[in-house]
Design a binder for this molecule. Structure first.
Ligand code: DGL
Length: 237
C-alpha cells in the first residue's frame, strides 16, 4: 500500500486525456499533473531537447514525492522513455506501447494508420512497436502538427478544426486503414472531427485507456497501489 501520488506530464493540456482514464481505472490514486504549456509544442523539437525537458519534468514530479510517472505525451514517450528509465528508479511508463497493443487488437484488415506529431512519426516508435506484435501489418503514418495549437487554443469544436483535419486526413483515406491510432494525447479532444472525416469503418485508438490499465498492473506488481478506500482521488494540476 502506497498513498503517494502518481505523476503525469505532457507538453500541455493533451495529457489530461490520460489523466481522465487513470482517474476512471484507478479511482483511489491521487495524481499530480504537470502540463508544460510554457514550452509547448514538443512535436517539432529535437530528441535532445525533448529528453532534457522530460528529465526536468520528471525531477519536478519527483519533488512532489510521486511513486510512478506516466509520460502522457507520445512525443516524449517515443523519444525519451528509455533515457528516463535509465536515470530514475521509480516505474515510468509511456503511451506508445499501450497504444500499439490496442491498435493490434483492434485491426481486422491489418491496415493501421498513425497520426501524431512530427517527432513521434519520424521516430517510427509506433511502427516498430506494432511490428513487434504483428509482423504482417501495413502501416501508414502522418504528422498533423496544427492539431496541437487548435486544442491548446480551445478550438476543437470550431469549424477551423474541421477544415484543417479534412486537409490532413482526406488524402490519407486512400490508405484504407481500418484502425487509426490517435498518437498524440491532444488528438482525442478532436475525436468528433477526426471520426466524422475518417468515417464509421475506422476504429479510432486512444492509447489512454490501455495506458491506465498498464499503470494499474505496474502498481500492483510493485505493491504501490493505494488500497485505502476512504476517499476518491484528487488531481493537482
Ligand atoms: N501531446 C503531446 C504528444 O502526445 C505533445 C504535442 C506537442 O506538444 O507537440 O505528443
Amino acid at each position: 500500500m502506497d498513498t503517494r501520488p502518481i505523476g503525469v506530464f505532457d507538453s500541455g493540456i493533451g495529457g489530461l486525456t490520460v489523466v481522465k482514464e487513470i482517474m476512471r481505472i484507478l479511482p483511489y490514486e491521487d495524481i499530480v499533473y504537470f502540463g508544460d504549456t510554457a514550452r509547448v509544442p514538443y512535436g517539432s523539437k529535437s530528441q535532445e531537447t525533448i529528453t532534457k525537458f522530460a528529465k526536468q519534468n520528471s525531477r519536478f514530479l519527483l519533488s512532489k514525492d510521486v511513486k510512478a510517472i506516466v509520460i502522457a505525451c507520445n512525443t516524449a514517450s517515443a523519444l525519451a522513455l528509455e533515457e528516463l528509465n535509465n536515470e530514475f528508479d521509480i516505474p515510468i511508463l509511456g503511451v506508445v506501447k499501450p497504444g500499439a497493443s490496442a491498435a493490434v487488437r483492434a485491426t481486422k484488415t491489418g491496415r493501421i494508420g498513425i497520426i501524431g506529431t512530427e517527432g513521434t512519426v519520424n521516430s517510427r516508435a509506433y511502427e516498430k512497436m506494432i511490428r513487434k506484435l504483428f509482423k504482417e501489418v501495413e502501416i501508414n503514418a502522418l504528422p498533423c502538427p496544427l492539431f496541437v495549437p487548435l486544442v491548446e487554443e480551445g478550438w476543437a469544436e470550431k469549424e477551423v478544426s474541421y477544415m484543417i483535419a479534412k486537409e490532413y486526413l482526406e488524402p490519407f483515406k486512400e490508405f484504407d486503414v481500418d484502425t487509426l491510432v490517435l498518437g498524440c494525447t491532444h488528438y482525442p479532444i478532436l475525436t468528433n472531427v477526426i471520426g466524422k472525416i475518417m468515417g464509421d469503418g475506422v476504429t479510432l485508438i486512444n492509447p489512454a485507456e490501455e495506458t491506465a490499465i498498464e499503470l494499474k498492473s505496474i502498481l500492483f506488481e510493485n505493491g504501490l497501489q493505494n488500497t485505502s478506500k476512504e476517499r476518491l482521488n484528487t488531481a493537482i494540476m
